[in-house]
Design a protein. Structure first.
Length: 641
């Protein structure tokens, strides 16, 4: 019996007699609208809408919108069209008009109108931008962070207005203890702050409870919400660090190595950012000489000057990972990471601190995209993310810290976080990142050496990766002094010379200056050449040209994971802390020490959990043996007591 497939077509005769067939079952395009930047302000800041075609777009699709809200089109903001031609994405801005009229916040609501030409995604058929009134005062914390000894029992944290106002200001605030416990370490409940009419500041009183326990630095985070008669500005969160003043917290070598890895990473980010122009070594030397200290810098197309000691886009990703681990006090997954993104990241601030793809991924998270669907979603993908970029070794250094001495789980967690950034689960960034993260985790073992770390990490390498890394390290072995510029050039040529077997540009299309190959290769070479010296590694990578901040951060973090804080100048630590305190746009104001303390406490918490799990297993099972062997190492390192 013959089967027939029947298709329904609408047939028309064209002007010149050609038959045109239209498939009546062809799927219509689906459109959605988002407020990518939902906050605008008169005279200073625009909002932004995106209309997106889901999945494969239909070319030049005409989309009609309805403009509503409490703001008046043409009076409160510049008029825009109610009809748009949309391919994959159409962006249009809300440009507020500074009318000088006291009217409070106003809204612009855009709704996509129905059409026979497209369907509308129901949950994203409308979006709203809020225009803040420039006639109202701005309100924010006077500073984004402060520090005090535990013995300081009363702390007044100031909230300031940009100008006095004729009405009182009401501000809701929330309180979060991070490693600090309410009624044990401090007393402050969430509440409402009143700034009286005519006044320009008020204070939130934090009571610190002094004890006699030697412990890590603890942090209380206060966040402003829901202002009445004021606009909440950039410094809407304050991080107060309670400094331990009861003696040495821990003498564990693992703690010192976590702290060293953290400081090394951030030192590389900061110093390397000054010279990051993707220049060759000769031009960098002619411009900067030998840069050996931290300087203010302007990053990419931004106009804001980062203070000396501040980090950049790589530092922002690293901070988010640290925050997630510290708050969970255990290993994290990508849902934990997404939750921190949604709370601590703002598009407006990120324009000063991050890459385009960071902002696009945050938008996806805000729009409800599950982490498992990243980075290529039905709404599109970041234009600047590509294969073999170095992120698994460039920004994931917090993962081997929570997995100190445990390379397998450091690799597992790296693979988990990498799903947010890489389309292909077999991207070479995972294989190379596995070797780097294994090295970081192994370096934190108490009896680790440069050689044991290298050989241990190479057990996780493919034959091709091992061959390449051994070759790169053999180049560094030819030089007695790692500060020899000829060594820097020879290492650079491995990845930049078109005739080189390991030329990076032949293996990566997007961000060829930021390949996983060069990043890990340089990290291993400098780790070996400097004998895990953080200071030397930062200076070499900063001055060798090309991807300076990334190679400096990865190399110095690996060095610090073994040598701890021993090769980090004390004045560097001070400058790196000031770089955090004086950066209003960063997603986190934990001090460096509070971050290291929180990561170490998380490691202890994870190890205690593993101890309980092992106790419930059959003693002779392979899993129990493996866990107990790890616990033995952690006891010897004084992590588990």
């Amino acid at each position: 019996m013959r089967r027939f497939n029947i298709h329904l077509f609408h047939v028309t005769i064209g002007l010149f007699g050609f038959l045109h067939f239209t498939n009546l079952h062809a799927q219509k395009p689906v459109v959605a609208i988002f407020a990518n930047d939902e906050k605008a302000k008169e005279n200073s800041d625009s909002g932004e809408f995106w209309i997106i075609q889901l999945d494969e777009p239909s070319p030049n699709l005409t989309v009609k919108i309805k403009i509503e809200g409490t703001a008046s089109d043409g009076l409160d903001y510049r008029c825009f069209s109610d009809t748009w031609k949309v391919n994959k994405r159409k962006t249009f801005k809300v440009l507020p008009i500074n009318d000088g009229i006291l009217e409070g916040d106003e809204t612009v609501k855009i709704t996509i109108l129905e059409s026979p030409d497209y369907d509308i995604e129901e949950i994203h058929k409308s979006a709203t931008v809020t225009i803040q009134d420039n006639s109202l005062p701005d309100v924010e914390f006077l500073t984004p962070s402060s520090v005090g000894k535990e013995a300081r029992s009363n702390v007044d944290i100031k909230v300031a207005l940009s100008k006095a106002f004729i009405k009182e200001i009401e501000l809701d605030y929330s309180v979060q203890g991070v490693v600090a416990e309410q009624n044990t370490d401090f007393k402050l409940n969430s509440g409402t702050l009143i700034i009286p009419a005519g006044k320009t500041e008020a204070s939130i009183n934090l009571k610190v409870i002094d004890d006699n326990e030697a412990e890590g630095d603890e942090t209380v985070v206060i966040r402003l919400h829901n202002a009445k008669n004021a606009n909440i500005e950039t410094q809407h969160a304050h991080y107060y660090t309670i400094q331990n003043d009861d003696g040495v917290y821990t003498e564990s070598v693992v703690y010192d190595r976590i702290y060293g890895a953290l400081l090394g990473f951030r030192a590389g980010c900061s110093m390397g950012a000054v010279t990051e122009f993707n220049w060759d070594q000769q031009r960098s030397k002619a411009t900067f000489g030998l840069l050996e200290d931290f300087k203010p810098f302007v990053h990419y197309g931004d106009s804001w000057t980062h203070p000396a000691g501040a980090t950049e886009d790589g530092g922002e990703r690293h901070k988010l990972l640290c925050t997630a681990i510290i708050e969970k006090q255990d290993r994290i997954n990508y849902q934990d990471m997404k939750n921190v993104w949604l709370r601590d990241c703002e598009i407006e601030n990120m324009r000063h601190m991050t890459q385009n793809y960071d902002r696009v991924l945050l938008s996806f998270a805000k729009w409800g995209v599950p982490p498992a669907d990243f980075p290529i979603t039905k709404y599109g993908k970041p234009r600047d993310l590509g294969e073999h970029i170095h992120l698994t070794a460039r920004t994931f250094q917090a993962l081997p810290c929570i997995n100190a001495g445990d390379p397998e789980n450091a690799i597992f967690d790296m693979n988990e976080m990498g799903k947010l950034y890489y389309e292909d689960p077999n991207d070479l960034a995972f294989a190379w990142g596995a070797v780097y993260n294994a090295a970081m985790a192994l370096a934190m073992l108490p009896d680790a050496t440069v050689e044991s770390v290298i050989e241990g990490a190479l057990k996780y390498a493919t034959p091709e990766i091992e061959e390449e890394l051994r070759y790169v390290m053999s180049v560094s072995e030819k030089y007695e002094d790692p500060m020899n510029r000829e060594m820097w050039q020879e290492l650079t040529d491995i990845y930049m010379d078109p005739e080189s077997k390991y030329n990076a540009f032949a293996r990566i299309e997007k961000y060829p200056n930021s390949s996983i190959f060069e990043n890990v290769g340089f990290a291993f070479a400098l780790f070996k050449a400097t004998n895990a010296n953080v200071r030397q590694s930062v200076i070499i990578a900063t001055n060798r040209g090309y991807d300076t901040d990334c190679t400096a951060a990865s190399a110095a973090a690996l060095c610090g994971a073994l040598s701890g804080t021993s090769t980090i100048p004390k004045d560097w630590v001070k400058t790196l802390d000031s770089g955090i305190a004086n950066n209003p746009y960063t997603n986190s104001h934990f001090t460096n020490k509070a971050t290291a303390d929180g990561l170490y406490l998380a490691l202890q918490s994870k190890v205690k959990r593993m101890e309980k799990e092992a106790a419930s297993m059959k003693k002779n099972s392979e899993e129990a043996k493996k866990i107990n062997a790890y616990l033995k190492v952690m006891r010897e390192a004084d992590v588990l007591k």
